[in-house]
Design a protein around this ligand. Structure first.
Ligand SMILES: NC(=O)c1ccc[n+]([C@@H]2O[C@H](COP(=O)([O-])OP(=O)(O)OC[C@H]3O[C@@H](n4cnc5c(N)ncnc54)[C@H](O)[C@@H]3O)[C@@H](O)[C@H]2O)c1
Length: 351
């Protein structure tokens, strides 16, 4: 274990961010810092980037290391809440190596939750995924829509939601699972962004084609029952996503204990979708990308890949009523920020 001490100053409190050296976790840390909190990063750097922890409180270690958790609490004092972003996230890899995924995402998260219970940390925000939803007619999913996690990765998310719910029920803890739709973009202040060398997600591939790193963008699947036949997704700017975590942390006590309408349900666990509430098809995303980029890119149509689905977009009413959050940034802004970030990251020689 190594630790950066980071700057010590009076803040609203400590928030432990597991996976805080990763794409989303690091951006969440920036949003927490901007809002006056002290993020404490716990990351084993199996994927994330040390650069994203510079100047921040950082512990290089594993989420399953309970003694490290105790050390963190001894050194920094009480942890107001935890944002649990750490996980392995590559779907095809999870199909090839389910044991690794169940160990890293399930067994180790279970250890983390048990450790949090031990040190008396009672507020947990969990990074879940829209990948656990079943397909629905009309493509819009609410938190009550049927679930059907298809890959081992998605099942690990589904399992940890259930574990968290049971912990909250049994051990006087409070939990919020945030089901992310499709995060895009980078921190608008360009502190953090994606860092994967060969991105498989759609915007990463579009950026790759525009930079000549990938020859052609493939629109995989053109016969889905959507308005133009291509798949539909809900692209949420990662900065909006990060802000939602701050809102969730700051709304915990109101959601579960207060006398507001939102808290009328006295459960100790909630699920909240994080999306924009608007579906964008792959063809529409390509058109938006070409507009922002300023020229057409090489593209072709091809068959769906194994496991592809038509897609979905979020109903965001719960996010608005429970934590007072809604997405503000456009898909175009996400594309602009992704392009600018890639330029910066490339110049650092890391991509
Ligand atoms: N990126 C997406 O499209 C997306 C969509 C839905 C949900 N999510 C969820 O959001 C979270 C963050 O995703 P991301 O895109 O930032 O991924 P990422 O790989 O960039 O970040 C994950 C971080 O967790 C760390 N980590 C992994 N296992 C660890 C362990 N055992 N101990 C300590 N650190 C560990 C990695 O080093 C990495 O820094 C994940 O839980 C993921 O399931 C992501």
């Amino acid at each position: 274990m190594t630790a950066n001490s980071g700057e010590k100053k009076q803040t609203l409190g400590n928030i432990l961010v597991t996976g805080g050296a990763g794409y989303i976790g690091a951006t969440v840390c920036s949003a927490l810092l901007d809002a006056g909190w002290t993020p404490i990063i716990l990351d084993n750097l199996s994927q994330g980037r040390k650069e994203f922890t510079e100047g921040r409180v950082f512990y290089h270690g594993d989420i399953a290391d309970r003694s490290l958790l105790k050390t963190i609490v001894e050194k920094h004092g009480p942890i107001f809440g935890v944002i649990h972003c750490a996980a392995l996230i590559v779907v095809p890899e999870s199909v090839e190596s389910p044991e690794t995924y169940y160990r890293e995402n399930v067994s180790k998260s279970l250890e983390l939750f048990a450790g949090l219970r031990e040190v008396g940390c009672k507020r947990i925000v969990f990074s879940s995924s829209a990948a656990i939803y079943d397909a629905v007619a009309g493509f819009m999913v609410t938190e009550e829509s049927p679930l059907k996690p298809l890959s081992p990765y998605a099942r690990t998310k589904f399992m940890m939601e259930m574990v968290l719910e049971d912990f909250c029920e049994a051990y006087d803890m409070r939990g919020i699972s945030l089901r992310y739709f499709n995060p895009i973009g980078a921190d608008p202040k360009m502190r953090t962004g994606t860092y994967v060398k060969a991105p498989t997600h759609v915007l990463g591939r579009l950026v790759g084609v525009s930079l000549g790193k990938i020859p052609t963008f493939e629109i995989t699947g053109t016969k889905w029952p959507t308005r133009d036949g291509s798949g539909i997704r809900d692209y949420i700017h990662v900065w909006d996503l990060a802000r939602a975590h701050v809102k969730a942390i700051e709304s915990f006590d109101r959601v579960f204990n207060g006398g507001t309408e939102a808290s009328s349900n006295q459960s100790s666990y909630r699920v909240i979708n994080l999306g924009t509430g608007h579906g964008v098809t792959v063809r529409e995303l390509v058109a938006a990308f070409e507009k922002v980029h300023g020229s057409a890119i090489n593209k072709k149509e091809s068959s769906p890949r194994p496991g592809d689905v038509a897609g979905s977009f979020a109903s965001c009413d719960a996010a608005e009523s429970l934590i007072g959050w809604k997405a503000e940034l456009s898909v175009e802004q996400g594309i602009r920020d992704a392009l600018q970030w890639t330029g910066i990251w490339d110049r650092r020689g890391d991509v």
